[in-house]
Design a protein around this ligand. Structure first.
Ligand SMILES: Nc1ncnc2c1ncn2[C@@H]1O[C@H](COP(=O)(O)OP(=O)(O)OP(=O)(O)O)[C@@H](O)[C@H]1O
Length: 697
């Protein structure tokens, strides 16, 4: 290691190998001459140096050509010898500034508080051709907390590398100046000098560039006469005075002295080398230790982080544990409460069980008694069914005894019109109670008629129905029943069968009675009741419950002897009397009505209400099917009396024809003829094998 008194710098080999290599000298220096341990391998130009101190005017006198403050403004020196220009000549890059104090910043500390960084270069023009020195000023003002290697770059001057892999922070740390001085370069005839920065890692940065004119003397050549270090072949420099002394012809005395000095120097050099080697080894050891320490630090930081995470997790677990604990505590207390209640219930149940166990003998007795009762009830049920069947049989026998065909006569009161026109009644009701009706003919002669019952004008609808209702029971027992209203026009057939809303007739009352009895027998029987309403008009059958007129002609079909049905007819299921009334109204409204000179609203058709009853005895399982026909016949007017013509005449003829056929059937039934002419040419034959009740009106 040599001391250079002209610029106060130390020159020494950067590695052990350089002690033996004949390589260019690479120098470090500090402004105060102190040695510092930076990495010198970055210097590429012989004679250039790294200086870990700020710029001092004394080092740059009248030879300065251009000095730019990169990223900053112009700076005035103390002695005004140096004029530092504001940032110019650059191409690209950005500006960096800091307010941080630059330690050991020299005469222009603010020079190092600004920098140009990024992708940039400097292009100086108009320089006269020749040799120059270039000084580059650096400071790490961004990467203040390390680590090394964040900003590494090369610097080229005239495309010749002057700095290789420079890491400012690695050399001097943050906010400290670093100079590369005395790089000798050449400017061609074009007068252009280019300084280029090339990134390796991070962005290059520069604080200032100083171009100084080099002396016209050629660059110092290696002095072949310089003594060479025996160990590393490094040439040893001498000061001019020393050189003068060296050139003098030494006399013998001095030669001896010189030899002694040289041997001492050699000894010192050897010592120096050994010291350097041990220093290098110590440095390597230190570096290893530092790396280990870094590694340990990194590990400890990782451990701290892991510990923090574990602590966090533990906290969460603790929190959820606390929540769960509360929840469980509540659940446990609830359960305890429930267990307490259950224990009480259990105790209660045990008590009950004990009592029950005590009453088991009584219970067994009761079970035996119940079983006996069940057997008895089965027996009674059997007896009841037998009795029921007998009762039904007897009841219907009574009805038959009364006559399978019963004829009642009802006389209506004279209407207001009849009274006002002077009409008087010619009927004698004296023997009405005995079923006899007397007709006064020719004033004195009295003709008597015998009926099953005669209803006088004073008898109301309820009286009439009272005689029909027993037959209703027969329908529910599975017998067919047929009730006709027969008589001349205007005599009260429709009134008797349909009645009015306030004074309802046989139809409505019969159905009401049916539902009442069915409800009374609910425990033992189930009934399904449906209703059809037909009209026979001019020998045509019309279904009065079918809103849309039938496309096919409806006809009476004989299913068996005395059993008839009309295929395709609507059978409306009715569940209560309200539904029945709606059905009856619908049928009544659809009926063909005309007027003749006897009755203003004369029914011009036979109206047949058929009630189908399907019964099931719930105890015996016996099922029956029966029908109740309620028929309001068309008026049997005498053609001459009604003065009918045209359509009316045809209607009347049809009505009379069918009534006459009906008369034949009734007559055959009454005389118990072997042949009953059910199949006749008219469509009026609803009374199958049934009890028959006629109202002659
Ligand atoms: N018992 C009665 N009490 C009071 N008014 C009655 C009675 N019977 C019938 N009438 C009345 O006599 C008139 C004719 O009765 P209804 O229309 O029932 O006769 P009809 O025999 O059905 O006639 P048609 O054969 O022409 O249809 C009606 O106004 C009716 O209210």
């Amino acid at each position: 290691m040599d001391w250079n008194p002209s610029n106060g710098s130390f020159c020494f080999p950067t590695s052990a190998s350089e002690f033996s290599m004949n390589s260019p000298k690479i120098c470090f220096s500090s402004s105060n001459g102190d040695d510092f341990g930076g990495d010198d391998s970055v210097l590429c130009v012989p004679g250039s140096k790294l200086v870990s101190a700020g710029f001092k005017e004394i080092t740059c006198k009248d030879d300065c050509v251009i000095f730019v403050n990169s990223g900053g403004g112009a700076l005035k020196g103390h002695t005004t010898q140096v004029n530092i220009e504001s940032d110019s000549y650059f191409q690209g890059g950005d500006v960096l500034r800091t307010e941080e104090c630059i330690i050991d910043g020299g005469d222009y500390a603010s020079l190092y508080q600004s920098a140009r960084f990024g992708n940039f270069s400097y292009r100086f023009k108009g320089l006269s051709s020749g040799d120059y020195y270039i000084d580059l000023h650096f400071a790490e003002i961004v990467n203040t907390n390390g680590p090394k290697g964040m900003r590494v770059f090369d610097v080229f001057v005239q495309e010749e590398k002057v700095l290789s892999e420079l890491d400012i922070y690695a050399v001097v740390g943050a906010n400290k100046p670093l100079q590369m001085v005395d790089a000798r370069i050449h400017v061609e005839e074009d007068g252009i000098l280019v300084v280029r920065f090339e990134e390796i890692r991070g962005s290059p940065s520069i604080c200032g560039i100083c171009i100084r004119r080099a002396s016209t003397l050629p660059a110092p050549k290696p002095n072949l006469e310089c003594p060479v270090c025996n160990n590393c072949s490094t040439k040893i420099e001498f000061s001019p005075s020393q050189r003068t002394t060296r050139t003098m012809k030494p006399n013998a005395k001095y030669e001896k002295k010189i030899q002694e000095l040289q041997s001492q120097c050699q000894l010192k050099t050897d010592e120096c080398y050994e010291a350097w080697m041990s220093l290098t080894a110590a440095n390597e050891q230190l570096e290893k230790l530092r790396m280990e320490l870094d590694h340990k630090l990194f590990k400890s930081e990782s451990l701290v982080q892991a510990m923090d995470q574990q602590t966090m997790k533990l906290k969460n677990v603790c929190y959820s544990y606390e929540c769960d604990k509360k929840l469980w505590a509540k659940s446990i207390s609830d359960l305890e409460e429930k267990v307490k209640i259950m224990k009480q219930e259990h105790f209660q149940l045990s008590q009950d069980a004990k009592r029950c166990a005590g009453s088991i003998p009584d219970l067994n007795k009761m079970i035996s008694a119940v079983e006996a009762l069940v057997v008895q009830s089965e027996h009674f049920k059997l007896l009841y069914n037998e009795e029921q069947a007998k009762r039904k049989k007897l009841y219907n026998e009574i009805q038959e005894t009364k006559g399978n065909i019963r004829v009642f006569c009802r006389c209506r009161p004279l209407s207001k019109e009849e009274v006002s026109s002077g009409c008087v009644t010619t009927v004698d009701f004296d023997a009405a109670k005995d079923g006899e009706l007397g007709l006064l003919t020719g004033g004195s002669t009295k003709k008597t008629f015998k009926f099953d019952r005669v209803f006088t004008p004073r008898d109301d609808q309820a009286d009439v129905f009272a005689n029909a209702s027993p037959l209703v029971m027969s329908v529910l027992d599975g017998y067919n029943v047929c009730i006709f209203a027969y008589g001349q026009t205007g005599t009260g057939k429709t009134f008797t069968m349909e009645g009015t809303e306030k004074n309802r007739g046989v139809n409505y009352r019969t159905l009401k009675e049916l539902f009442t009895v069915a409800e009374e027998r609910r425990e033992t029987n189930s009934y399904n009741i449906s209703v059809s309403v037909l009209e026979v008009y001019n020998e045509q059958i019309r279904d009065l419950l079918n809103a849309s007129p039938a496309t096919k002609k409806l006809e009476v079909r004989q299913a068996a002897e005395g059993v008839h049905h009309v295929p395709g007819i609507v059978e409306a299921d009715v569940r209560d009397i309200k539904e029945v009334w709606d059905v009856l109204q619908a049928g009544s409204n659809s009926r063909a009505v005309g007027s003749n000179n006897v009755n203003e609203h004369s029914s011009r058709s036979h109206c047949l209400l058929c009630i189908n009853v399907r019964a099931k005895n719930l105890m015996s399982g016996e099922c029956t099917k029966s029908k109740l026909w309620l028929v309001d016949l068309a008026g049997s007017e005498r053609l001459a009396k009604t003065d009918a013509q045209g359509e009316r005449l045809k209607e009347a003829q049809n009505i009379n024809k069918s009534l006459s056929a009906l008369g034949d059937v009734i007559s055959a039934l009454a005389t118990k003829s072997s042949h009953i002419p059910y199949r006749f040419e008219t469509n009026l034959h609803p009374f199958e094998k049934s009890n028959l009740l006629l109202f002659f009106i």
